[in-house]
Write a protein that binds this ligand. Structure first.
Ligand code: NYM
Ligand code: MG
Length: 220
């Protein structure tokens, strides 16, 4: 098993709207991969306990205000704070399941009405971060989201934002290679199986691919 111990881990990102089931699916996927013999770690963004993460947490809870560009760059900086440790874990054979990443970063900021950051502008600070081997987008309709219960109390958790975020996620993932759009309106079990199938095919590709890459400019 000396070969197995030197094989790098995979960087798996799970994206989606609030209430799409990201957290439970991340947990399911973690259990599945652990059973398959992988070392697995779960992380999420924003990482609210770092110095920058604390600023973000205050902003999301509404206890502080921030200029839109400034908070955008803080969300990105929060990923750069963790980037080195992501690279180290992957090199050490740990597979990371990441709950939200650069895609949420670009889309939530670009969904704001004023001053209206473009997706292109919002993507720029993500360039050079570790690039996911696979990105799973858990897609639910506005109707299904509404059925799953009311909006939370944090900033962005309102109908106007969620609608714009849904559209922008779709725009982004339509031109993103390595992105799988998962119909997350199905049962938890069914969605979990879809995710497992996508991740298994990713692991097969990885066998041949080699090292972790970095995020490049937004595809056209
Ligand atoms: N969010 C998350 C952003 O606006 N930019 C980012 O870069 C990231 C990672 O934070 N509504 C938003 C999306 C969510 C909010 O995320 C908190 P969560 O997963 O609910 O803790
Ligand atoms: Mg939330």
């Amino acid at each position: 098993a000396s070969h197995e111990s030197t094989r790098r881990g995979a960087l798996i990102v799970v994206e989606g709207l609030d209430r799409a089931g990201k957290s439970s699916q991340c947990e399911r996927l973690g259990d599945y991969l652990t059973e398959q013999g992988h070392s697995v770690k779960y992380i999420r963004f924003p990482a609210r306990t770092t110095p920058i993460g604390k600023l973000i947490d205050g902003y999301l809870r509404g206890s502080t205000n921030q200029e839109d560009h400034a908070i955008h760059l803080l969300f990105s900086a929060n990923r750069w704070e963790v980037a080195r440790s992501i690279e180290e874990d992957i090199a050490n054979g740990i597979t990371l399941i990441v709950d939200r990443y650069s895609y949420s970063g670009a889309v939530y900021s670009a969904a704001k009405a004023n001053p209206g950051l473009s997706l292109e502008w919002a993507w720029q600070p993500e360039i050079g971060l570790p690039r996911p081997d696979i990105c799973l987008f858990l897609s639910i309709s506005a109707e299904e989201a509404a059925k799953r219960g009311g909006f939370g109390a944090e900033r962005y958790e309102n109908e106007t934002m969620q609608t714009r975020v849904r559209e922008l996620f779709r725009t982004l993932f339509e031109r993103q290679e390595d992105a799988y759009i998962i119909d997350a309106g199905n049962s938890i079990e069914y969605v979990a199986q879809d995710i497992q199938a996508a991740v298994s095919s990713c692991f097969q590709r990885l066998g041949a691919t080699g090292s972790l890459r970095t995020l490049g400019p937004l595809a056209n």
